[in-house]
Design a protein. Structure first.
Length: 542
Protein backbone atom coordinates (compact mmCIF):
# COMPACT_ATOMS: atom_id res chain seq x y z
CA UNK A 1 0.00 0.00 0.00
CA UNK A 2 1.26 3.48 -0.85
CA UNK A 3 2.28 5.34 2.29
CA UNK A 4 0.46 8.45 3.47
CA UNK A 5 2.91 11.36 3.54
CA UNK A 6 2.64 13.66 6.57
CA UNK A 7 4.02 17.08 7.48
CA UNK A 8 3.96 18.21 11.14
CA UNK A 9 4.29 21.87 12.21
CA UNK A 10 4.49 23.17 15.81
CA UNK A 11 6.52 25.97 17.37
CA UNK A 12 7.06 24.00 20.60
CA UNK A 13 9.94 21.53 20.01
CA UNK A 14 8.73 19.11 22.69
CA UNK A 15 5.22 18.91 21.24
CA UNK A 16 6.56 18.72 17.67
CA UNK A 17 8.76 15.76 18.57
CA UNK A 18 5.92 14.06 20.45
CA UNK A 19 3.45 14.48 17.57
CA UNK A 20 5.96 13.05 15.08
CA UNK A 21 6.56 10.05 17.34
CA UNK A 22 2.84 9.39 17.86
CA UNK A 23 2.15 9.48 14.12
CA UNK A 24 5.06 7.13 13.37
CA UNK A 25 3.97 4.77 16.15
CA UNK A 26 0.52 4.50 14.58
CA UNK A 27 1.85 2.23 11.83
CA UNK A 28 3.95 1.94 8.71
CA UNK A 29 1.21 3.48 6.59
CA UNK A 30 2.35 6.93 7.79
CA UNK A 31 5.54 8.58 6.51
CA UNK A 32 6.78 11.84 8.04
CA UNK A 33 8.39 13.82 5.22
CA UNK A 34 8.77 17.07 7.12
CA UNK A 35 8.69 18.42 10.69
CA UNK A 36 8.93 22.22 11.02
CA UNK A 37 9.01 24.67 13.92
CA UNK A 38 6.77 27.33 12.35
CA UNK A 39 4.57 28.04 9.35
CA UNK A 40 7.11 30.19 7.55
CA UNK A 41 9.76 27.45 7.62
CA UNK A 42 7.17 24.91 6.49
CA UNK A 43 6.19 26.96 3.43
CA UNK A 44 9.81 27.66 2.49
CA UNK A 45 10.87 24.00 2.70
CA UNK A 46 7.75 22.72 0.96
CA UNK A 47 8.30 25.10 -1.96
CA UNK A 48 12.08 24.60 -2.04
CA UNK A 49 11.85 20.79 -2.15
CA UNK A 50 8.53 20.67 -4.05
CA UNK A 51 7.13 18.42 -1.33
CA UNK A 52 3.82 16.69 -2.02
CA UNK A 53 1.98 15.41 1.03
CA UNK A 54 -1.38 13.94 2.05
CA UNK A 55 -1.80 15.21 5.62
CA UNK A 56 -0.78 18.42 7.41
CA UNK A 57 -0.75 18.28 11.22
CA UNK A 58 -0.26 21.82 12.56
CA UNK A 59 -0.56 23.95 15.67
CA UNK A 60 -2.98 26.89 15.45
CA UNK A 61 -1.12 29.59 17.36
CA UNK A 62 2.35 30.11 15.87
CA UNK A 63 4.44 33.25 15.29
CA UNK A 64 4.30 35.03 11.91
CA UNK A 65 2.00 32.51 10.21
CA UNK A 66 -0.84 30.78 12.08
CA UNK A 67 -1.89 27.22 11.39
CA UNK A 68 -5.02 28.36 9.56
CA UNK A 69 -3.02 30.81 7.42
CA UNK A 70 -0.58 28.01 6.62
CA UNK A 71 -3.41 25.73 5.53
CA UNK A 72 -4.97 28.44 3.39
CA UNK A 73 -1.65 29.30 1.70
CA UNK A 74 -0.90 25.66 0.90
CA UNK A 75 -4.48 24.84 -0.17
CA UNK A 76 -4.10 27.35 -2.99
CA UNK A 77 -1.37 25.13 -4.48
CA UNK A 78 -2.31 21.55 -3.59
CA UNK A 79 -4.94 19.29 -2.08
CA UNK A 80 -4.44 17.59 1.30
CA UNK A 81 -6.16 16.66 4.57
CA UNK A 82 -5.37 18.66 7.70
CA UNK A 83 -5.56 18.43 11.48
CA UNK A 84 -5.15 21.52 13.65
CA UNK A 85 -4.09 21.44 17.29
CA UNK A 86 -5.02 24.19 19.72
CA UNK A 87 -4.26 24.88 23.33
CA UNK A 88 -7.76 26.14 24.01
CA UNK A 89 -11.31 25.48 22.86
CA UNK A 90 -12.13 28.50 20.70
CA UNK A 91 -15.39 28.39 18.76
CA UNK A 92 -14.23 31.13 16.35
CA UNK A 93 -11.14 29.12 15.50
CA UNK A 94 -13.26 26.03 15.05
CA UNK A 95 -15.52 27.87 12.61
CA UNK A 96 -12.52 29.17 10.65
CA UNK A 97 -11.01 25.70 10.56
CA UNK A 98 -14.20 24.23 9.14
CA UNK A 99 -14.27 27.00 6.52
CA UNK A 100 -10.72 26.08 5.42
CA UNK A 101 -11.69 22.42 5.09
CA UNK A 102 -9.78 21.16 8.12
CA UNK A 103 -10.41 17.45 8.70
CA UNK A 104 -10.24 17.59 12.49
CA UNK A 105 -9.66 19.90 15.44
CA UNK A 106 -7.78 18.55 18.48
CA UNK A 107 -7.20 20.17 21.86
CA UNK A 108 -3.88 20.04 23.67
CA UNK A 109 -2.68 17.91 25.27
CA UNK A 110 -3.36 15.44 22.48
CA UNK A 111 -3.81 11.92 23.80
CA UNK A 112 -2.45 8.99 21.82
CA UNK A 113 -5.81 7.21 21.52
CA UNK A 114 -7.51 10.42 20.47
CA UNK A 115 -4.98 11.01 17.69
CA UNK A 116 -5.10 7.35 16.69
CA UNK A 117 -8.87 7.58 16.18
CA UNK A 118 -8.55 10.74 14.07
CA UNK A 119 -5.72 9.27 11.99
CA UNK A 120 -7.82 6.19 11.27
CA UNK A 121 -10.64 8.39 9.96
CA UNK A 122 -8.26 10.35 7.77
CA UNK A 123 -6.55 7.17 6.54
CA UNK A 124 -9.90 5.81 5.37
CA UNK A 125 -10.75 9.13 3.73
CA UNK A 126 -7.41 9.32 1.89
CA UNK A 127 -7.58 5.69 0.77
CA UNK A 128 -11.13 6.21 -0.50
CA UNK A 129 -10.04 9.34 -2.36
CA UNK A 130 -7.09 7.50 -3.88
CA UNK A 131 -9.32 4.66 -4.97
CA UNK A 132 -11.81 7.07 -6.55
CA UNK A 133 -9.00 8.95 -8.29
CA UNK A 134 -7.57 5.70 -9.63
CA UNK A 135 -10.98 4.65 -10.93
CA UNK A 136 -11.45 8.09 -12.48
CA UNK A 137 -8.07 7.87 -14.21
CA UNK A 138 -8.91 4.41 -15.49
CA UNK A 139 -12.22 5.64 -16.88
CA UNK A 140 -10.56 8.68 -18.42
CA UNK A 141 -7.91 6.47 -19.97
CA UNK A 142 -10.58 4.17 -21.36
CA UNK A 143 -12.51 7.17 -22.66
CA UNK A 144 -9.36 8.40 -24.41
CA UNK A 145 -8.83 4.94 -25.89
CA UNK A 146 -12.41 4.97 -27.09
CA UNK A 147 -11.90 8.34 -28.75
CA UNK A 148 -8.76 7.04 -30.40
CA UNK A 149 -10.53 3.90 -31.59
CA UNK A 150 -13.40 5.90 -33.05
CA UNK A 151 -10.95 8.12 -34.92
CA UNK A 152 -9.23 5.08 -36.42
CA UNK A 153 -12.60 3.59 -37.27
CA UNK A 154 -13.69 6.79 -38.99
CA UNK A 155 -10.54 6.97 -41.11
CA UNK A 156 -11.01 3.33 -42.04
CA UNK A 157 -14.59 4.01 -43.14
CA UNK A 158 -13.34 6.62 -45.60
CA UNK A 159 -12.48 3.69 -47.86
CA UNK A 160 -16.07 3.38 -49.08
CA UNK A 161 -18.02 6.35 -50.40
CA UNK A 162 -21.19 4.97 -48.80
CA UNK A 163 -19.84 5.96 -45.39
CA UNK A 164 -18.65 9.50 -46.00
CA UNK A 165 -20.11 11.88 -43.48
CA UNK A 166 -20.46 15.64 -43.52
CA UNK A 167 -17.91 16.08 -40.73
CA UNK A 168 -15.16 14.86 -43.09
CA UNK A 169 -15.13 18.39 -44.54
CA UNK A 170 -13.79 19.81 -41.26
CA UNK A 171 -11.11 17.14 -41.08
CA UNK A 172 -9.98 17.67 -44.66
CA UNK A 173 -9.90 21.45 -44.27
CA UNK A 174 -7.28 21.13 -41.53
CA UNK A 175 -4.74 20.07 -44.17
CA UNK A 176 -5.26 23.18 -46.29
CA UNK A 177 -4.23 23.72 -49.91
CA UNK A 178 -1.23 22.35 -51.79
CA UNK A 179 -0.01 19.59 -54.11
CA UNK A 180 -0.23 16.26 -52.33
CA UNK A 181 0.71 12.65 -52.89
CA UNK A 182 -0.47 9.69 -50.83
CA UNK A 183 1.70 6.60 -50.28
CA UNK A 184 0.66 3.31 -48.72
CA UNK A 185 3.42 1.16 -47.24
CA UNK A 186 2.59 -2.40 -46.24
CA UNK A 187 4.94 -4.79 -44.47
CA UNK A 188 5.14 -8.01 -46.45
CA UNK A 189 4.16 -11.19 -44.65
CA UNK A 190 5.37 -14.75 -44.91
CA UNK A 191 2.28 -16.64 -46.00
CA UNK A 192 3.65 -19.85 -44.48
CA UNK A 193 4.39 -18.26 -41.12
CA UNK A 194 2.60 -19.64 -38.08
CA UNK A 195 0.87 -16.83 -36.19
CA UNK A 196 2.31 -17.46 -32.74
CA UNK A 197 2.62 -14.90 -29.96
CA UNK A 198 6.39 -14.93 -30.48
CA UNK A 199 5.99 -14.15 -34.18
CA UNK A 200 3.57 -11.31 -33.48
CA UNK A 201 5.94 -9.87 -30.88
CA UNK A 202 8.84 -10.04 -33.32
CA UNK A 203 6.71 -8.50 -36.06
CA UNK A 204 5.72 -5.63 -33.80
CA UNK A 205 9.37 -4.84 -33.04
CA UNK A 206 10.24 -5.05 -36.74
CA UNK A 207 7.35 -2.73 -37.56
CA UNK A 208 8.51 -0.19 -34.98
CA UNK A 209 12.01 -0.25 -36.49
CA UNK A 210 10.60 0.35 -39.96
CA UNK A 211 8.30 3.10 -38.71
CA UNK A 212 11.19 4.84 -36.92
CA UNK A 213 13.36 4.63 -40.04
CA UNK A 214 10.59 6.14 -42.16
CA UNK A 215 10.02 8.95 -39.65
CA UNK A 216 13.71 9.86 -39.59
CA UNK A 217 14.18 9.88 -43.37
CA UNK A 218 10.86 11.67 -43.90
CA UNK A 219 11.82 14.32 -41.33
CA UNK A 220 15.15 14.88 -43.10
CA UNK A 221 13.40 15.14 -46.46
CA UNK A 222 10.80 17.54 -45.08
CA UNK A 223 13.38 19.77 -43.38
CA UNK A 224 15.68 19.96 -46.39
CA UNK A 225 12.87 20.67 -48.86
CA UNK A 226 10.62 22.72 -46.55
CA UNK A 227 7.61 20.53 -47.34
CA UNK A 228 4.85 19.25 -45.11
CA UNK A 229 4.34 15.56 -44.42
CA UNK A 230 1.95 13.36 -42.45
CA UNK A 231 2.70 9.82 -41.31
CA UNK A 232 0.45 7.44 -39.41
CA UNK A 233 0.01 3.74 -38.90
CA UNK A 234 -3.31 2.01 -39.35
CA UNK A 235 -2.32 -1.36 -37.97
CA UNK A 236 0.54 -3.77 -37.49
CA UNK A 237 1.23 -3.92 -41.23
CA UNK A 238 0.06 -0.63 -42.73
CA UNK A 239 1.75 2.77 -42.77
CA UNK A 240 0.32 5.78 -44.60
CA UNK A 241 2.31 8.81 -45.69
CA UNK A 242 0.89 12.01 -47.15
CA UNK A 243 3.53 14.34 -48.59
CA UNK A 244 3.30 17.84 -50.00
CA UNK A 245 5.08 18.57 -53.29
CA UNK A 246 6.34 21.87 -54.61
CA UNK A 247 5.72 22.85 -58.21
CA UNK A 248 8.16 20.75 -60.22
CA UNK A 249 8.42 18.93 -63.54
CA UNK A 250 10.30 16.08 -61.87
CA UNK A 251 7.76 14.90 -59.32
CA UNK A 252 8.01 11.24 -60.27
CA UNK A 253 11.82 11.29 -60.12
CA UNK A 254 11.69 12.97 -56.72
CA UNK A 255 9.24 10.40 -55.42
CA UNK A 256 11.26 7.52 -56.86
CA UNK A 257 14.40 8.84 -55.14
CA UNK A 258 12.52 9.05 -51.85
CA UNK A 259 11.19 5.49 -52.25
CA UNK A 260 14.67 4.12 -53.01
CA UNK A 261 15.98 5.79 -49.87
CA UNK A 262 13.21 4.27 -47.77
CA UNK A 263 13.66 0.77 -49.15
CA UNK A 264 17.44 0.93 -48.71
CA UNK A 265 17.09 2.10 -45.10
CA UNK A 266 14.55 -0.64 -44.34
CA UNK A 267 16.82 -3.25 -45.92
CA UNK A 268 19.63 -2.19 -43.57
CA UNK A 269 17.60 -2.48 -40.36
CA UNK A 270 15.06 -5.26 -40.92
CA UNK A 271 14.71 -8.72 -42.40
CA UNK A 272 11.23 -7.71 -43.52
CA UNK A 273 10.48 -6.21 -46.91
CA UNK A 274 7.79 -3.69 -47.73
CA UNK A 275 5.51 -3.13 -50.69
CA UNK A 276 4.64 0.47 -51.54
CA UNK A 277 1.61 1.77 -53.42
CA UNK A 278 2.03 5.30 -54.80
CA UNK A 279 -0.89 7.59 -55.59
CA UNK A 280 -1.23 10.39 -58.11
CA UNK A 281 -0.52 14.01 -57.22
CA UNK A 282 -3.70 15.93 -56.32
CA UNK A 283 -4.40 19.51 -55.29
CA UNK A 284 -7.86 19.12 -53.76
CA UNK A 285 -8.00 17.20 -50.48
CA UNK A 286 -11.37 15.86 -51.57
CA UNK A 287 -9.34 13.57 -53.84
CA UNK A 288 -7.60 12.08 -50.82
CA UNK A 289 -10.53 9.71 -50.34
CA UNK A 290 -10.41 8.43 -53.90
CA UNK A 291 -6.64 8.01 -53.74
CA UNK A 292 -6.79 6.05 -50.52
CA UNK A 293 -9.39 3.68 -51.85
CA UNK A 294 -7.44 3.12 -55.07
CA UNK A 295 -4.14 2.58 -53.27
CA UNK A 296 -5.64 -0.18 -51.18
CA UNK A 297 -6.70 -1.85 -54.41
CA UNK A 298 -3.26 -1.30 -55.95
CA UNK A 299 -1.71 -3.09 -52.97
CA UNK A 300 -3.63 -6.24 -53.91
CA UNK A 301 -1.36 -6.55 -56.97
CA UNK A 302 1.07 -8.05 -54.49
CA UNK A 303 -0.97 -11.26 -54.71
CA UNK A 304 -0.16 -11.46 -58.42
CA UNK A 305 3.28 -9.89 -58.85
CA UNK A 306 4.86 -10.71 -55.49
CA UNK A 307 6.20 -8.69 -52.56
CA UNK A 308 8.94 -6.07 -52.15
CA UNK A 309 7.62 -4.02 -55.08
CA UNK A 310 6.53 -0.46 -55.78
CA UNK A 311 3.15 -0.14 -57.49
CA UNK A 312 1.95 3.11 -59.04
CA UNK A 313 -1.69 4.06 -59.27
CA UNK A 314 -1.59 3.73 -63.07
CA UNK A 315 -1.25 -0.04 -62.63
CA UNK A 316 -4.63 -0.35 -60.93
CA UNK A 317 -6.97 -2.80 -62.75
CA UNK A 318 -10.41 -1.41 -63.52
CA UNK A 319 -12.75 -2.90 -60.91
CA UNK A 320 -14.92 0.05 -59.97
CA UNK A 321 -17.99 -1.28 -61.81
CA UNK A 322 -17.81 -4.55 -59.92
CA UNK A 323 -17.43 -2.64 -56.68
CA UNK A 324 -20.59 -0.61 -57.37
CA UNK A 325 -22.47 -3.72 -58.45
CA UNK A 326 -21.87 -5.74 -55.30
CA UNK A 327 -21.40 -3.10 -52.57
CA UNK A 328 -25.11 -2.49 -51.90
CA UNK A 329 -25.87 -6.21 -51.66
CA UNK A 330 -22.93 -6.75 -49.34
CA UNK A 331 -24.05 -3.85 -47.13
CA UNK A 332 -27.59 -5.24 -46.87
CA UNK A 333 -26.31 -8.66 -45.82
CA UNK A 334 -24.02 -7.03 -43.24
CA UNK A 335 -26.92 -5.02 -41.82
CA UNK A 336 -28.96 -8.21 -41.45
CA UNK A 337 -26.04 -9.95 -39.77
CA UNK A 338 -25.63 -7.06 -37.33
CA UNK A 339 -29.32 -7.27 -36.46
CA UNK A 340 -29.04 -11.01 -35.82
CA UNK A 341 -25.89 -10.49 -33.77
CA UNK A 342 -27.59 -8.00 -31.45
CA UNK A 343 -31.13 -9.36 -31.27
CA UNK A 344 -31.19 -13.05 -32.17
CA UNK A 345 -29.52 -16.32 -31.28
CA UNK A 346 -26.60 -18.29 -32.64
CA UNK A 347 -28.74 -20.18 -35.15
CA UNK A 348 -30.03 -16.96 -36.78
CA UNK A 349 -26.51 -15.49 -36.82
CA UNK A 350 -25.24 -18.53 -38.73
CA UNK A 351 -28.10 -18.22 -41.23
CA UNK A 352 -27.26 -14.53 -41.78
CA UNK A 353 -23.60 -15.48 -42.21
CA UNK A 354 -24.49 -17.96 -44.95
CA UNK A 355 -26.38 -15.23 -46.82
CA UNK A 356 -23.35 -12.98 -46.47
CA UNK A 357 -21.09 -15.75 -47.82
CA UNK A 358 -23.35 -16.17 -50.87
CA UNK A 359 -22.78 -12.49 -51.68
CA UNK A 360 -19.03 -12.87 -51.20
CA UNK A 361 -18.91 -15.75 -53.69
CA UNK A 362 -20.13 -13.39 -56.42
CA UNK A 363 -16.98 -11.26 -56.08
CA UNK A 364 -14.18 -12.08 -58.50
CA UNK A 365 -11.62 -9.48 -57.36
CA UNK A 366 -9.32 -10.28 -54.42
CA UNK A 367 -9.14 -6.62 -53.40
CA UNK A 368 -12.92 -6.18 -53.34
CA UNK A 369 -13.31 -9.45 -51.46
CA UNK A 370 -10.90 -8.21 -48.80
CA UNK A 371 -12.72 -4.87 -48.63
CA UNK A 372 -16.04 -6.63 -48.09
CA UNK A 373 -14.66 -8.80 -45.29
CA UNK A 374 -13.00 -5.88 -43.52
CA UNK A 375 -16.17 -3.82 -43.88
CA UNK A 376 -18.06 -6.54 -42.02
CA UNK A 377 -15.43 -6.57 -39.30
CA UNK A 378 -15.33 -2.80 -38.94
CA UNK A 379 -19.12 -2.58 -38.72
CA UNK A 380 -19.13 -5.20 -35.95
CA UNK A 381 -16.33 -3.45 -34.05
CA UNK A 382 -18.17 -0.14 -34.38
CA UNK A 383 -21.30 -1.69 -32.90
CA UNK A 384 -19.15 -3.06 -30.08
CA UNK A 385 -17.92 0.49 -29.40
CA UNK A 386 -21.47 1.88 -29.41
CA UNK A 387 -22.91 -0.90 -27.24
CA UNK A 388 -20.16 -1.57 -24.73
CA UNK A 389 -17.54 1.14 -25.13
CA UNK A 390 -14.26 0.06 -23.69
CA UNK A 391 -11.67 -2.63 -23.52
CA UNK A 392 -11.23 -4.82 -26.58
CA UNK A 393 -11.48 -2.52 -29.61
CA UNK A 394 -7.81 -2.67 -30.55
CA UNK A 395 -7.75 -6.45 -30.22
CA UNK A 396 -10.85 -6.70 -32.40
CA UNK A 397 -9.34 -4.40 -35.04
CA UNK A 398 -6.27 -6.60 -35.22
CA UNK A 399 -8.48 -9.66 -35.61
CA UNK A 400 -10.46 -7.98 -38.42
CA UNK A 401 -7.27 -7.18 -40.32
CA UNK A 402 -6.04 -10.76 -39.98
CA UNK A 403 -9.24 -12.33 -41.36
CA UNK A 404 -8.04 -12.22 -44.97
CA UNK A 405 -4.39 -12.91 -44.14
CA UNK A 406 -2.90 -16.38 -44.50
CA UNK A 407 -6.10 -17.57 -46.18
CA UNK A 408 -5.54 -19.95 -49.07
CA UNK A 409 -9.12 -20.49 -50.27
CA UNK A 410 -12.68 -19.26 -49.89
CA UNK A 411 -13.74 -22.12 -47.60
CA UNK A 412 -10.94 -21.34 -45.17
CA UNK A 413 -12.00 -17.69 -45.27
CA UNK A 414 -15.60 -18.68 -44.43
CA UNK A 415 -14.42 -20.71 -41.43
CA UNK A 416 -12.29 -17.84 -40.11
CA UNK A 417 -15.11 -15.30 -40.48
CA UNK A 418 -17.65 -17.62 -38.86
CA UNK A 419 -15.36 -18.40 -35.93
CA UNK A 420 -14.58 -14.71 -35.38
CA UNK A 421 -18.20 -13.49 -35.60
CA UNK A 422 -19.41 -16.12 -33.12
CA UNK A 423 -16.56 -15.34 -30.73
CA UNK A 424 -17.43 -11.61 -30.84
CA UNK A 425 -21.07 -12.51 -30.22
CA UNK A 426 -20.04 -14.35 -27.04
CA UNK A 427 -17.88 -11.40 -25.94
CA UNK A 428 -20.71 -8.92 -26.47
CA UNK A 429 -23.10 -11.07 -24.46
CA UNK A 430 -20.53 -11.41 -21.68
CA UNK A 431 -19.87 -7.67 -21.68
CA UNK A 432 -23.59 -6.93 -21.44
CA UNK A 433 -23.76 -9.14 -18.36
CA UNK A 434 -20.80 -7.56 -16.61
CA UNK A 435 -20.50 -3.94 -17.81
CA UNK A 436 -22.59 -0.88 -17.10
CA UNK A 437 -22.68 1.36 -20.15
CA UNK A 438 -22.57 5.17 -19.98
CA UNK A 439 -26.34 5.51 -20.51
CA UNK A 440 -27.16 3.24 -17.57
CA UNK A 441 -24.61 5.00 -15.39
CA UNK A 442 -26.19 8.35 -16.24
CA UNK A 443 -29.68 7.01 -15.47
CA UNK A 444 -28.48 5.65 -12.13
CA UNK A 445 -26.98 9.03 -11.25
CA UNK A 446 -30.26 10.79 -12.08
CA UNK A 447 -32.24 8.30 -10.00
CA UNK A 448 -29.93 8.84 -7.01
CA UNK A 449 -30.05 12.66 -7.20
CA UNK A 450 -33.69 13.45 -8.03
CA UNK A 451 -33.94 15.97 -5.21
CA UNK A 452 -30.85 17.90 -6.23
CA UNK A 453 -30.11 20.38 -8.96
CA UNK A 454 -29.27 18.04 -11.85
CA UNK A 455 -27.46 19.61 -14.79
CA UNK A 456 -26.27 18.04 -18.02
CA UNK A 457 -22.74 19.07 -17.08
CA UNK A 458 -22.92 17.14 -13.81
CA UNK A 459 -24.28 14.03 -15.51
CA UNK A 460 -21.71 14.21 -18.30
CA UNK A 461 -18.94 14.37 -15.70
CA UNK A 462 -20.07 11.01 -14.30
CA UNK A 463 -19.40 9.31 -17.65
CA UNK A 464 -16.40 11.49 -18.62
CA UNK A 465 -17.95 13.05 -21.71
CA UNK A 466 -18.43 16.65 -22.71
CA UNK A 467 -21.98 17.96 -22.05
CA UNK A 468 -22.59 18.55 -25.77
CA UNK A 469 -21.36 15.12 -26.85
CA UNK A 470 -23.26 13.40 -24.03
CA UNK A 471 -26.53 15.14 -24.95
CA UNK A 472 -26.24 13.96 -28.55
CA UNK A 473 -25.12 10.47 -27.47
CA UNK A 474 -28.03 10.11 -25.01
CA UNK A 475 -30.58 11.17 -27.64
CA UNK A 476 -29.12 8.74 -30.20
CA UNK A 477 -29.14 5.83 -27.76
CA UNK A 478 -32.52 6.40 -26.06
CA UNK A 479 -34.61 8.38 -28.53
CA UNK A 480 -35.33 11.14 -26.00
CA UNK A 481 -33.47 14.18 -24.72
CA UNK A 482 -31.69 14.03 -21.39
CA UNK A 483 -33.87 16.86 -20.01
CA UNK A 484 -37.05 15.00 -20.96
CA UNK A 485 -35.71 11.89 -19.26
CA UNK A 486 -34.94 13.81 -16.05
CA UNK A 487 -38.43 15.33 -16.01
CA UNK A 488 -40.07 11.98 -16.76
CA UNK A 489 -38.12 10.24 -14.00
CA UNK A 490 -38.92 12.94 -11.44
CA UNK A 491 -42.62 12.98 -12.26
CA UNK A 492 -42.81 9.19 -12.20
CA UNK A 493 -41.33 9.31 -8.70
CA UNK A 494 -43.92 11.98 -7.86
CA UNK A 495 -46.77 9.62 -8.81
CA UNK A 496 -45.30 6.97 -6.51
CA UNK A 497 -45.13 9.42 -3.60
CA UNK A 498 -48.66 10.64 -4.29
CA UNK A 499 -49.94 7.07 -4.27
CA UNK A 500 -48.02 5.72 -1.28
CA UNK A 501 -47.49 8.66 1.12
CA UNK A 502 -49.39 11.49 2.78
CA UNK A 503 -46.69 14.04 1.99
CA UNK A 504 -47.90 17.49 1.06
CA UNK A 505 -47.59 18.56 -2.57
CA UNK A 506 -45.00 21.15 -1.55
CA UNK A 507 -42.86 18.51 0.21
CA UNK A 508 -43.03 16.17 -2.77
CA UNK A 509 -42.01 18.98 -5.11
CA UNK A 510 -39.02 19.92 -2.94
CA UNK A 511 -38.04 16.28 -2.52
CA UNK A 512 -37.85 16.00 -6.30
CA UNK A 513 -35.86 19.19 -6.85
CA UNK A 514 -38.71 21.63 -7.58
CA UNK A 515 -38.70 24.68 -5.29
CA UNK A 516 -41.69 26.27 -7.02
CA UNK A 517 -44.83 24.26 -6.21
CA UNK A 518 -46.90 26.02 -8.87
CA UNK A 519 -44.35 25.17 -11.55
CA UNK A 520 -44.26 21.57 -10.33
CA UNK A 521 -48.06 21.30 -10.47
CA UNK A 522 -48.21 22.85 -13.94
CA UNK A 523 -45.51 20.49 -15.22
CA UNK A 524 -47.24 17.49 -13.65
CA UNK A 525 -50.49 18.40 -15.35
CA UNK A 526 -48.79 18.74 -18.74
CA UNK A 527 -47.49 15.19 -18.44
CA UNK A 528 -50.43 13.41 -16.78
CA UNK A 529 -53.46 15.59 -17.50
CA UNK A 530 -54.13 16.04 -13.76
CA UNK A 531 -52.79 18.29 -11.06
CA UNK A 532 -50.95 16.39 -8.29
CA UNK A 533 -53.95 16.81 -5.98
CA UNK A 534 -56.36 15.50 -8.62
CA UNK A 535 -54.06 12.56 -9.32
CA UNK A 536 -53.93 11.60 -5.62
CA UNK A 537 -57.69 11.93 -5.27
CA UNK A 538 -58.29 9.77 -8.36
CA UNK A 539 -55.90 7.14 -7.02
CA UNK A 540 -57.64 7.05 -3.63
CA UNK A 541 -60.99 6.47 -5.33
CA UNK A 542 -59.57 3.44 -7.14
Amino acid sequence: MEKIKVIVVDDEPRILKRMVRMVEDDGEVWEIIGAFSDGKEAIEKIEEKSLRFDLLLTDVQMPEITGLQLIKRLKDKMSFESIIISGFDDFVYLQSAIKEGVSNYLLKPVHREQLKEVLLQIQKKIETKRKEEKEKQQLQRKAEELDYTKQIYYLSQLQLEDYLREDKQKWLQLIGKGSFQLLYISIDQNRNQTWSDEYLAWLKVANEDILSSLKISLEEWSSSSNRRKWLWRDDLFSIWILIEHQESQHLRKETEALLRLWKENIKNISENTVTIAVGSVFTNMEDYLTNRKKLESVMQNRMIYGCNKVFWLEQLPETSEESKKHSSEIIKSIQQLLFSLENEGKKEVIISLEEYFKKLQLISSASILEEAVQLLGLRIVNRWVELEGFGEERILFREVISLTKNTSNFYQLKDKIKFWVLSVMERIQKAKRTNKNPIQKAKDYIQDHLGESITIKLIAQQVYMSPTYFSVYFKEQTGETILDYITKTRLKKATELLETTDLKIYDIAVQLGYQDTKYFSRLFRQWYGYTPSQYREAHLKR
